[in-house]
Design a protein around this ligand. Structure first.
Ligand code: ZN
Length: 342
Protein backbone atom coordinates (compact mmCIF):
# COMPACT_ATOMS: atom_id res chain seq x y z
CA UNK A 1 0.00 0.00 0.00
CA UNK A 2 2.74 2.47 0.98
CA UNK A 3 4.66 1.78 -2.22
CA UNK A 4 1.48 2.42 -4.21
CA UNK A 5 0.98 5.67 -2.36
CA UNK A 6 4.53 6.85 -3.16
CA UNK A 7 3.94 6.08 -6.83
CA UNK A 8 0.62 7.92 -6.77
CA UNK A 9 2.17 11.01 -5.23
CA UNK A 10 4.97 10.99 -7.77
CA UNK A 11 2.46 10.71 -10.63
CA UNK A 12 0.36 13.54 -9.19
CA UNK A 13 3.40 15.81 -8.96
CA UNK A 14 4.45 15.03 -12.50
CA UNK A 15 0.94 15.78 -13.76
CA UNK A 16 0.84 19.04 -11.80
CA UNK A 17 4.14 20.17 -13.31
CA UNK A 18 2.65 19.67 -16.77
CA UNK A 19 -0.38 21.86 -16.01
CA UNK A 20 -0.16 25.15 -17.95
CA UNK A 21 -3.45 26.98 -17.42
CA UNK A 22 -6.29 27.39 -14.94
CA UNK A 23 -8.60 25.01 -16.77
CA UNK A 24 -6.05 22.18 -16.71
CA UNK A 25 -5.34 22.97 -13.07
CA UNK A 26 -9.02 22.52 -12.19
CA UNK A 27 -8.96 19.19 -14.04
CA UNK A 28 -5.89 18.08 -12.10
CA UNK A 29 -7.53 19.01 -8.80
CA UNK A 30 -10.61 16.95 -9.65
CA UNK A 31 -8.47 13.95 -10.60
CA UNK A 32 -6.39 13.90 -7.40
CA UNK A 33 -7.84 15.98 -4.58
CA UNK A 34 -11.52 16.30 -5.58
CA UNK A 35 -14.36 14.34 -3.97
CA UNK A 36 -13.61 11.33 -6.17
CA UNK A 37 -9.88 12.05 -6.68
CA UNK A 38 -7.20 9.45 -6.35
CA UNK A 39 -5.65 10.88 -3.17
CA UNK A 40 -9.11 11.24 -1.60
CA UNK A 41 -9.73 7.59 -2.44
CA UNK A 42 -6.37 6.68 -0.92
CA UNK A 43 -7.35 8.44 2.33
CA UNK A 44 -10.64 6.53 2.36
CA UNK A 45 -8.73 3.22 1.88
CA UNK A 46 -7.30 3.70 5.38
CA UNK A 47 -10.43 2.13 6.87
CA UNK A 48 -9.87 -1.12 4.98
CA UNK A 49 -6.33 -1.69 6.24
CA UNK A 50 -5.41 -4.05 9.04
CA UNK A 51 -5.31 -2.14 12.31
CA UNK A 52 -1.48 -2.49 12.69
CA UNK A 53 -0.75 -0.83 9.35
CA UNK A 54 -3.11 2.08 9.83
CA UNK A 55 -0.90 4.62 11.80
CA UNK A 56 2.04 4.51 9.37
CA UNK A 57 -0.19 4.63 6.28
CA UNK A 58 -2.46 7.28 7.77
CA UNK A 59 0.46 9.57 8.55
CA UNK A 60 1.93 9.08 5.09
CA UNK A 61 -1.31 9.60 3.16
CA UNK A 62 -2.21 12.78 5.09
CA UNK A 63 1.28 14.09 4.48
CA UNK A 64 0.91 13.38 0.76
CA UNK A 65 -2.45 15.19 0.71
CA UNK A 66 -1.05 18.26 2.47
CA UNK A 67 2.02 18.58 0.26
CA UNK A 68 -0.08 18.17 -2.91
CA UNK A 69 -2.54 20.80 -1.71
CA UNK A 70 0.33 23.21 -1.04
CA UNK A 71 1.87 22.40 -4.44
CA UNK A 72 -1.51 23.01 -6.07
CA UNK A 73 -1.81 26.43 -4.41
CA UNK A 74 1.71 27.40 -5.49
CA UNK A 75 1.00 26.28 -9.04
CA UNK A 76 -2.26 28.27 -9.10
CA UNK A 77 -0.45 31.42 -7.97
CA UNK A 78 2.23 30.92 -10.63
CA UNK A 79 -0.37 30.50 -13.37
CA UNK A 80 -2.29 33.67 -12.33
CA UNK A 81 0.97 35.58 -12.23
CA UNK A 82 1.95 34.40 -15.68
CA UNK A 83 -1.49 35.38 -17.03
CA UNK A 84 -1.07 38.89 -15.59
CA UNK A 85 2.40 39.21 -17.11
CA UNK A 86 0.99 38.18 -20.50
CA UNK A 87 -1.80 40.75 -20.21
CA UNK A 88 0.70 43.49 -19.31
CA UNK A 89 2.90 42.56 -22.23
CA UNK A 90 -0.08 42.55 -24.61
CA UNK A 91 -1.17 46.00 -23.34
CA UNK A 92 2.33 47.42 -23.38
CA UNK A 93 2.46 51.11 -24.30
CA UNK A 94 4.10 51.71 -27.62
CA UNK A 95 6.21 54.75 -26.79
CA UNK A 96 6.97 55.32 -30.46
CA UNK A 97 3.30 56.13 -31.28
CA UNK A 98 2.49 59.83 -31.65
CA UNK A 99 0.70 61.15 -28.53
CA UNK A 100 -2.94 62.16 -28.41
CA UNK A 101 -3.25 65.92 -28.67
CA UNK A 102 -3.83 67.59 -25.30
CA UNK A 103 -7.17 69.39 -24.91
CA UNK A 104 -6.17 72.72 -23.43
CA UNK A 105 -8.77 74.89 -21.78
CA UNK A 106 -9.23 78.46 -22.88
CA UNK A 107 -10.62 81.66 -21.52
CA UNK A 108 -14.38 82.10 -21.55
CA UNK A 109 -15.43 84.60 -24.25
CA UNK A 110 -16.83 86.91 -21.56
CA UNK A 111 -13.51 86.83 -19.68
CA UNK A 112 -11.57 87.41 -22.92
CA UNK A 113 -13.67 90.43 -23.78
CA UNK A 114 -13.43 91.72 -20.23
CA UNK A 115 -9.62 91.47 -20.30
CA UNK A 116 -9.48 93.14 -23.71
CA UNK A 117 -11.53 96.06 -22.39
CA UNK A 118 -9.43 96.29 -19.20
CA UNK A 119 -6.22 96.25 -21.26
CA UNK A 120 -7.40 99.19 -23.39
CA UNK A 121 -8.24 101.24 -20.30
CA UNK A 122 -4.98 100.16 -18.64
CA UNK A 123 -3.17 101.82 -21.57
CA UNK A 124 -5.04 105.01 -20.65
CA UNK A 125 -3.93 104.81 -17.02
CA UNK A 126 -6.96 103.11 -15.45
CA UNK A 127 -6.28 100.44 -12.85
CA UNK A 128 -8.57 97.48 -12.12
CA UNK A 129 -10.52 97.76 -8.87
CA UNK A 130 -12.39 94.69 -7.65
CA UNK A 131 -15.41 95.12 -5.46
CA UNK A 132 -17.78 92.82 -3.54
CA UNK A 133 -20.66 90.91 -5.19
CA UNK A 134 -22.86 90.98 -2.10
CA UNK A 135 -23.68 94.58 -1.30
CA UNK A 136 -25.66 96.65 1.10
CA UNK A 137 -28.74 98.47 -0.13
CA UNK A 138 -26.95 101.66 0.92
CA UNK A 139 -23.99 101.18 -1.44
CA UNK A 140 -25.99 99.68 -4.32
CA UNK A 141 -28.64 102.43 -4.28
CA UNK A 142 -28.57 104.96 -1.42
CA UNK A 143 -25.06 106.38 -1.85
CA UNK A 144 -25.58 106.42 -5.64
CA UNK A 145 -28.27 109.04 -5.24
CA UNK A 146 -31.19 106.62 -5.00
CA UNK A 147 -32.71 106.92 -1.52
CA UNK A 148 -35.36 104.35 -0.47
CA UNK A 149 -38.52 104.58 -2.62
CA UNK A 150 -36.69 106.50 -5.36
CA UNK A 151 -38.49 105.52 -8.58
CA UNK A 152 -35.17 104.92 -10.39
CA UNK A 153 -34.70 101.77 -8.28
CA UNK A 154 -37.27 100.16 -10.58
CA UNK A 155 -34.59 100.16 -13.30
CA UNK A 156 -32.80 97.36 -11.41
CA UNK A 157 -34.79 94.21 -10.56
CA UNK A 158 -33.01 93.12 -7.41
CA UNK A 159 -32.19 89.84 -5.68
CA UNK A 160 -32.78 90.44 -1.98
CA UNK A 161 -31.37 88.17 0.73
CA UNK A 162 -33.06 87.06 3.95
CA UNK A 163 -30.91 89.65 5.77
CA UNK A 164 -32.62 93.05 5.51
CA UNK A 165 -30.54 95.58 3.56
CA UNK A 166 -28.21 92.94 2.04
CA UNK A 167 -28.59 92.30 -1.69
CA UNK A 168 -26.69 90.91 -4.68
CA UNK A 169 -25.26 93.90 -6.53
CA UNK A 170 -27.38 94.84 -9.52
CA UNK A 171 -24.53 96.78 -11.13
CA UNK A 172 -20.82 97.42 -10.55
CA UNK A 173 -21.51 101.05 -9.59
CA UNK A 174 -21.42 100.52 -5.79
CA UNK A 175 -17.69 99.84 -6.33
CA UNK A 176 -17.36 103.52 -7.35
CA UNK A 177 -18.14 104.63 -3.81
CA UNK A 178 -15.78 102.02 -2.31
CA UNK A 179 -12.99 103.17 -4.66
CA UNK A 180 -13.55 106.88 -3.97
CA UNK A 181 -13.59 106.35 -0.19
CA UNK A 182 -10.38 104.34 -0.44
CA UNK A 183 -8.47 106.89 -2.57
CA UNK A 184 -9.97 110.23 -1.46
CA UNK A 185 -8.54 112.91 -1.62
CA UNK A 186 -6.24 111.50 -4.35
CA UNK A 187 -7.51 111.46 -7.94
CA UNK A 188 -9.11 108.18 -9.03
CA UNK A 189 -8.86 106.38 -12.36
CA UNK A 190 -10.27 102.84 -12.11
CA UNK A 191 -12.21 100.24 -14.05
CA UNK A 192 -14.40 97.87 -12.05
CA UNK A 193 -15.14 94.57 -13.78
CA UNK A 194 -17.33 91.81 -12.37
CA UNK A 195 -20.54 89.85 -12.18
CA UNK A 196 -23.87 91.53 -11.48
CA UNK A 197 -27.22 89.95 -10.68
CA UNK A 198 -30.76 90.89 -11.62
CA UNK A 199 -34.06 89.24 -10.86
CA UNK A 200 -35.17 89.09 -14.48
CA UNK A 201 -36.75 86.73 -16.94
CA UNK A 202 -34.01 84.89 -18.86
CA UNK A 203 -34.36 85.57 -22.58
CA UNK A 204 -32.13 85.88 -25.65
CA UNK A 205 -31.46 89.48 -24.55
CA UNK A 206 -31.32 89.29 -20.75
CA UNK A 207 -29.76 87.04 -18.12
CA UNK A 208 -29.95 86.95 -14.32
CA UNK A 209 -26.14 87.10 -14.10
CA UNK A 210 -23.85 89.00 -16.40
CA UNK A 211 -20.61 90.95 -16.28
CA UNK A 212 -20.27 94.67 -16.25
CA UNK A 213 -17.28 96.93 -16.56
CA UNK A 214 -17.62 100.27 -14.92
CA UNK A 215 -15.12 103.08 -15.25
CA UNK A 216 -14.56 106.03 -12.95
CA UNK A 217 -12.27 109.04 -13.17
CA UNK A 218 -12.30 111.69 -10.44
CA UNK A 219 -9.97 114.64 -10.08
CA UNK A 220 -9.84 118.42 -10.20
CA UNK A 221 -11.03 119.90 -13.50
CA UNK A 222 -12.28 116.77 -15.28
CA UNK A 223 -14.85 117.68 -17.93
CA UNK A 224 -17.27 116.10 -20.38
CA UNK A 225 -14.55 116.53 -23.03
CA UNK A 226 -12.35 114.07 -21.13
CA UNK A 227 -15.25 111.64 -20.99
CA UNK A 228 -15.91 111.89 -24.73
CA UNK A 229 -12.26 111.62 -25.68
CA UNK A 230 -11.73 108.58 -23.46
CA UNK A 231 -14.77 106.70 -24.74
CA UNK A 232 -14.26 107.51 -28.43
CA UNK A 233 -10.67 106.31 -28.10
CA UNK A 234 -11.87 103.14 -26.35
CA UNK A 235 -14.51 102.35 -29.02
CA UNK A 236 -12.00 102.80 -31.83
CA UNK A 237 -9.39 100.59 -30.14
CA UNK A 238 -12.01 97.95 -29.39
CA UNK A 239 -13.97 97.93 -32.66
CA UNK A 240 -11.73 99.56 -35.26
CA UNK A 241 -10.17 102.96 -35.99
CA UNK A 242 -12.82 103.95 -38.55
CA UNK A 243 -15.78 103.67 -36.13
CA UNK A 244 -18.22 106.58 -35.85
CA UNK A 245 -19.43 107.39 -32.32
CA UNK A 246 -22.39 109.46 -31.14
CA UNK A 247 -23.50 110.58 -27.68
CA UNK A 248 -27.21 110.61 -26.95
CA UNK A 249 -28.71 112.35 -23.88
CA UNK A 250 -29.99 109.87 -21.28
CA UNK A 251 -30.75 109.55 -17.58
CA UNK A 252 -28.97 107.78 -14.73
CA UNK A 253 -29.51 108.77 -11.10
CA UNK A 254 -25.77 108.82 -10.35
CA UNK A 255 -24.58 110.97 -13.27
CA UNK A 256 -25.53 114.45 -14.45
CA UNK A 257 -25.56 114.98 -17.36
CA UNK A 258 -25.92 111.40 -18.58
CA UNK A 259 -25.51 109.92 -22.05
CA UNK A 260 -25.71 106.69 -24.01
CA UNK A 261 -22.93 106.00 -26.48
CA UNK A 262 -23.80 104.56 -29.87
CA UNK A 263 -21.44 103.30 -32.55
CA UNK A 264 -22.18 102.88 -36.25
CA UNK A 265 -23.29 99.26 -36.81
CA UNK A 266 -20.30 96.99 -37.38
CA UNK A 267 -22.42 94.57 -39.40
CA UNK A 268 -23.98 96.90 -41.96
CA UNK A 269 -21.60 99.87 -41.67
CA UNK A 270 -24.50 102.16 -40.75
CA UNK A 271 -26.77 101.35 -43.69
CA UNK A 272 -29.32 99.55 -41.48
CA UNK A 273 -29.79 95.83 -40.75
CA UNK A 274 -31.68 93.43 -38.47
CA UNK A 275 -29.09 93.65 -35.68
CA UNK A 276 -29.18 97.46 -35.47
CA UNK A 277 -32.96 97.38 -36.02
CA UNK A 278 -32.51 99.36 -39.28
CA UNK A 279 -31.15 102.38 -37.39
CA UNK A 280 -27.51 101.99 -38.42
CA UNK A 281 -26.42 102.48 -34.76
CA UNK A 282 -25.58 100.10 -31.92
CA UNK A 283 -25.71 101.13 -28.26
CA UNK A 284 -22.43 100.15 -26.58
CA UNK A 285 -22.39 101.85 -23.18
CA UNK A 286 -23.88 104.36 -20.77
CA UNK A 287 -21.95 107.25 -19.19
CA UNK A 288 -22.08 110.67 -17.62
CA UNK A 289 -20.46 113.17 -15.28
CA UNK A 290 -20.47 111.88 -11.69
CA UNK A 291 -23.40 113.42 -9.77
CA UNK A 292 -22.31 115.91 -7.06
CA UNK A 293 -24.20 113.86 -4.44
CA UNK A 294 -22.20 110.74 -5.39
CA UNK A 295 -18.92 112.68 -5.30
CA UNK A 296 -19.78 113.93 -1.83
CA UNK A 297 -20.69 110.40 -0.71
CA UNK A 298 -17.27 109.29 -1.94
CA UNK A 299 -15.63 111.99 0.19
CA UNK A 300 -14.87 114.59 -2.52
CA UNK A 301 -15.95 118.22 -2.49
CA UNK A 302 -17.94 118.72 -5.73
CA UNK A 303 -16.92 122.39 -5.75
CA UNK A 304 -13.30 121.32 -6.32
CA UNK A 305 -13.51 117.85 -7.84
CA UNK A 306 -15.41 116.49 -10.79
CA UNK A 307 -15.39 113.18 -12.59
CA UNK A 308 -16.93 110.95 -15.18
CA UNK A 309 -18.20 107.38 -15.09
CA UNK A 310 -19.26 104.86 -17.68
CA UNK A 311 -20.48 101.27 -17.75
CA UNK A 312 -20.85 98.51 -20.30
CA UNK A 313 -21.61 94.79 -20.53
CA UNK A 314 -18.72 92.62 -21.80
CA UNK A 315 -21.18 89.96 -22.94
CA UNK A 316 -23.10 92.51 -24.99
CA UNK A 317 -19.83 93.84 -26.40
CA UNK A 318 -18.81 90.25 -27.29
CA UNK A 319 -22.24 89.71 -28.89
CA UNK A 320 -21.67 92.74 -31.10
CA UNK A 321 -18.08 91.84 -31.87
CA UNK A 322 -18.69 88.17 -32.73
CA UNK A 323 -22.30 88.40 -33.97
CA UNK A 324 -23.70 86.23 -31.12
CA UNK A 325 -27.51 86.26 -31.23
CA UNK A 326 -28.40 84.88 -27.78
CA UNK A 327 -26.91 85.93 -24.42
CA UNK A 328 -27.92 82.56 -22.87
CA UNK A 329 -25.02 80.88 -24.68
CA UNK A 330 -22.54 82.52 -22.29
CA UNK A 331 -23.61 80.59 -19.19
CA UNK A 332 -25.13 77.55 -20.95
CA UNK A 333 -21.86 75.58 -20.63
CA UNK A 334 -22.08 74.29 -24.19
CA UNK A 335 -18.51 73.42 -25.20
CA UNK A 336 -19.43 73.75 -28.90
CA UNK A 337 -20.09 77.42 -28.26
CA UNK A 338 -17.09 78.02 -25.99
CA UNK A 339 -14.62 76.30 -28.35
CA UNK A 340 -15.26 78.83 -31.08
CA UNK A 341 -13.27 81.46 -29.22
CA UNK A 342 -9.69 80.23 -29.55
ZN1 ZN B 1 -26.73 97.24 -38.81
Amino acid sequence: MLAQLVELEKAARAALDAVADEQALAGWYGAYLGRKGKITEAVKALGELPRAERPAYGQRVNEAKRTLEAAHEARRAAIVHAAQDDALLADRVDVTLPGRPAHPGRLHPATRTQREICAIFADMGFQVYRSRHVESDEFNFGLLNMPPHHPARDMWSTFYTTTPGVILRTHTSPGQVHAMREYCPEPVRVVLPGMCYRYEQITARSEIMFNQIEGLAVGPGITMTDLKGTLVDFARRMFGAERKIRFRASYFPFTEPSAEVDMDCILCGGRGCRVCKETGWLEILGCGMVHPVVLRNGGYDPAVYSGFAFGMGPERIAMLKYGIQDIRYFWGNDVRFLEQFG
